[in-house]
Design a protein around this ligand. Structure first.
Ligand code: CUA
Length: 355
């Protein structure tokens, strides 16, 4: 082997050109494919537009780099692989090429600074405070969300579902009663951790009417996957009417707790996944077709319980925990359900459990 650096032959220059051409075509295909994929659900907030554009720009910037590197690796592995008898043909290594080193340091640095600046500008834009924003307090606990609205009377209005007026900026204050949860409405694109002991904040302006899932996006225990409720984005008039309804329910719904509002049909409370109870997601109950195994099998335990024991198991489940199950798993429904709702559940379970 000589000490002279190898002179690029006409053949090797042609191979580099071929490799780059394949890389360019593959990159164009990769970008087209990446942009064709429907990554996100329907955008339903003012924040969704800039975030989706940022996502597209990141794809356009990063897909060609990945595709180009893979193309070069594959091209070299196929074209320049060692054949029998070529064991000693390996050329001298490239060493100390200043021009090459400057290029491969500068290009990624410029790209990273540009993308970070752009992402930062988007972040500032989507998090900026809006005048006349409405405040909503979101409280997470194992395994449910409760939403609180300020009222003229002073007492907050609690709701098991999230109701929002369309085209109104919302300031969410997010809290947790126990472990870390994460408040997320995929259609709004925004999400933030609910951390015990501190308040976190999120600004969203819903721009599209409809019903969207509220999801817990932080593994928070056995019932994590059941921690799903609904966000209803409605007209201002519908929203005001809904809030008034919630307020009236709270006023008439029993002395202690009693701010659950809404549903008073035991079967619906048990089976409907949109209800904050949605007992069927954690318990087995043949009559309801429920197969959850997070909590005790109700077909087995309920027939042996008195109505009073059953009531206590719903209102204050940790007072007596079934053997083999951990305390703290089931929410204290005494805090969120009205007496009427608890009665309905007790009645429903006594009628159907074990049958
Ligand atoms: Cu709460 Cu996961």
């Amino acid at each position: 082997m000589s000490d002279q650096p190898p002179v690029a032959s006409r053949e090797s220059r042609a191979q580099v050109r071929q490799m780059l051409l394949i890389g360019a075509v593959a990159s164009a295909l990769g970008i087209a494919l990446a942009l064709l994929i429907d990554w996100f659900p329907v955008p339903a907030s003012g924040q969704a537009g800039p975030i989706d554009t940022l996502w597209d720009v990141l794809l356009i910037a990063s897909v060609p780099i990945f595709v180009l590197v893979e193309t070069i690796v594959l091209y070299c592995a196929i074209k320049f692989r060692m054949r029998p008898g070529e064991e000693l043909k390996d050329g001298p290594p490239i060493h100390g090429n200043t021009k090459l080193e400057i290029i491969w340091t500068a290009i990624p640095a410029i790209l990273l600074v540009a993308l970070c600046t752009y992402a930062y500008v988007v972040l500032i834009d989507i998090e900026k405070a809006e005048a006349n924003a409405m405040n909503v307090r979101v409280v997470g606990e194992q395994f449910t969300w409760t939403f609180y609205y300020p009222s003229d009377g002073g007492d907050e209005i609690a709701s098991p579902q999230l109701y929002l007026p369309v085209d109104t900026a919302i300031n969410f204050t997010v809290q947790s009663k126990d472990v870390i949860h994460d408040f997320w409405v995929p259609e709004f694109r925004m999400k933030i951790d609910a951390v015990p002991g501190i308040d976190t904040h999120l600004r969203v302006t819903p721009t599209r009417m409809g019903e969207y899932p509220v999801v817990c996006a932080e593994l928070c225990g056995l019932g994590h996957s059941t921690m799903r409720q609904s966000a209803h984005v409605m007209s201002r008039d519908d929203f005001d009417a809904r809030l008034e309804e919630l307020q009236q329910q709270a006023a008439g719904g029993g002395e202690e707790g009693g701010d659950g509002g809404g549903e008073t049909d035991g079967e619906t409370l048990f089976t409907d996944a949109a209800q904050p109870t949605a007992c069927g997601s954690c318990h087995i109950l043949a009559a309801a077709g429920a197969t959850g195994t997070t909590g005790p099998n109700l077909d087995e335990v309920v027939p042996d319980m008195s109505e009073e024991q059953l009531r206590q198991a719903i209102v204050d489940p940790d007072a007596e925990v079934e053997e083999g199950f951990a305390p703290g798993l089931m929410p204290r429904y005494g805090d969120s359900l009205s007496d009427e709702q608890v009665d309905a559940l007790v009645q429903y379970l006594t009628e159907v459990a074990g049958k």
